[in-house]
Design a protein around this ligand. Structure first.
Ligand SMILES: [Zn+2]
Length: 480
């Protein structure tokens, strides 16, 4: 009997070890490993754009459900005959109308699609009414979705992070990289006394007997995964920032009521960081909306004008200086990622490498050259070199997510600065941001050509080594 138990234990142990190994392999192979990777469009999805969203959202935090009325403006190319929207399955679609008429649509395999009846008008207005329980995050922001929690006072607290999955987990969208709509309106109904903070600027709040409706609007282009709202028993900490272009920009912190004094300590460092970014990169990109920071039930995410910052205020130490890395990193994404957006997830380093490099520049701003070099060494230690930063083929979020997109991407800029000199480098960096069109998305090749125009010698070999190979780049990192 004892022998049998031992054998059984041994086999069980082996089985568990195998299962753990397989799970680790799965995570290693699939990066974020989320169930709804984002980044591929079907050919017919290239035939139209979603120009506008108007979302009426009724949130039931107790049941973790949404009821949504989604109005979209669509603009078509000549000959487009199918409308295909990414929209994860599981919602109950109650109505689908195109220009006021019901259409015969299909909803399967995480798409909604229908055939266009009239093709004479290049614009169409689509109305979708649906309800359901949206995907819950397994490990936000990496394996994202909705995060439902209770705060320490027992009040509902909700956050949304879906960069890896795309907006399709809760609204009909075109699920490619760099895909933006031009305008956004969100009217969010929540039970009293909760506050719904969202992308854009707050127009008004309707006060009903048991609920509040928050009306948010933005006229800036916005990526589908950046369309965001967060709910909590918030107090709003208000301030303004005098922007480098002379405008006053609203600064809003959404802090949990029981914890607002602690969260308010982020206001000064946030404003200081915006001033720093403006010096380096040009004016804050969304002055008509706000500079927004919300206390969220997950770590951090660069939601446009509503940066998510988790409850733990954390610092790293570099050369004796305390750096609020998360704050600097997520704020930098307002320029690198939200304004200048990668055309394909293969170009992900244009978001993450750049935002990470801003951490190094901010460290230099605080602690001088010695601290900057220490930050460079910190980045170098973290380089894995398991695959090139850029593979030159279309990739999904799962396929593209890798530490080197951050650290080696940042080191590329670190070394580029040395290669072209400070004056040319900082001019180039600022112009790369300023030259953004309203909805254009950028490729690595475009960046290389842009940087080349500021360089006295060819950067071909340089970029090849850093971005397209896994060879050691230590010799190209002077002073580290
Ligand atoms: Zn980032």
């Amino acid at each position: 009997m004892l022998l049998f138990a031992r054998i059984f234990k041994g086999v069980l142990g082996l089985f568990i070890a195998l299962a753990v190994l397989l799970a680790l392999r799965y995570y290693a192979a699939s990066g974020w490993g989320n169930d709804y990777p984002s980044g591929r469009l079907t050919p017919d999805q290239h035939q139209f754009r979603i120009t506008s969203y108007r979302l009426d959202i009724h949130v039931n935090p107790q049941r973790r459900r949404l009821k949504v009325r989604c109005l979209m403006g669509l603009r078509f190319r000549d000959g487009a005959d199918t409308v295909r929207l990414n929209f994860v399955e599981g919602y109950h679609i109650k109505r689908l109308r195109v220009d006021g008429r019901e259409v015969d649509a299909h909803y399967a395999n995480d798409y909604v699609w229908w055939t266009r009846q009239t093709k004479t008008n290049p614009f169409q207005r689509v109305e979708l009414i649906y309800e359901g329980a949206p995907l819950q995050a397994r490990r936000a922001p990496w394996r994202g979705g909705f995060v439902w929690r209770k705060d320490e006072q027992g009040m509902p607290w909700m956050g949304l992070a879906c960069q890896g999955e795309g907006g399709k987990i809760w609204l009909p969208a075109r699920d490619g990289a760099g895909i933006k709509s031009d305008t956004l309106m969100m009217c969010i109904k929540v039970p009293r006394p909760l506050f719904a903070a969202a992308s854009g600027h707050l127009l008004k709040v309707d006060s009903l007997r048991d609920s509040l409706i928050f009306h948010w609007r933005s006229f800036y282009p916005i990526l589908h995964y950046n369309i965001n709202f967060t709910i909590g028993h918030y107090v709003v900490i208000k301030d303004t920032l005098h922007s480098v272009n002379g405008r006053d920009v609203a600064v809003r912190l959404y802090a949990l009521k029981g914890d607002s004094a602690r969260f308010a300590t982020l206001l000064k460092p946030l404003k200081k960081a915006v001033h720093f970014m403006e010096q380096r990169l040009g004016a804050y990109p969304w002055p008509d909306d706000k500079i927004g920071l919300a206390q969220t039930p997950y770590g951090g995410m660069e939601n446009q004008t509503l940066i998510a910052y988790g409850s733990r205020i954390q610092f790293i130490r570099v050369a004796g200086y305390r750096i609020n890395r998360l704050l600097i990193h997520e704020l930098a994404h307002e320029w690198w990622g939200n304004l200048i957006s990668a055309a394909d997830w293969d170009d992900f380093w244009l978001h993450e490498g750049f935002a990470t490099y801003m951490e190094a520049l901010y460290t230099e701003h605080i602690g001088g050259e010695r601290a900057y070099r220490a930050y460079g060494r910190r980045l170098r230690r973290r380089v894995k070199n398991t695959q090139p930063v850029v593979l030159n083929r279309t990739r999904t979020t799962n396929e593209a997510y890798d530490n080197d997109v951050y650290n080696k991407g940042a080191l590329t800029l670190y070394a580029l600065r040395h290669a072209v000199g400070d004056t040319a480098f900082f001019n180039m960096l600022q112009q790369w941001g300023i030259s953004a069109g309203p909805t254009d998305a950028r490729t690595t090749k475009q960046f290389m050509a842009f940087a080349q125009s500021y360089a006295p010698r060819s950067l071909k070999e340089f970029f090849h080594s850093f971005l397209y190979t896994t060879q050691s780049v230590d010799t190209l990192l002077p002073g580290l």
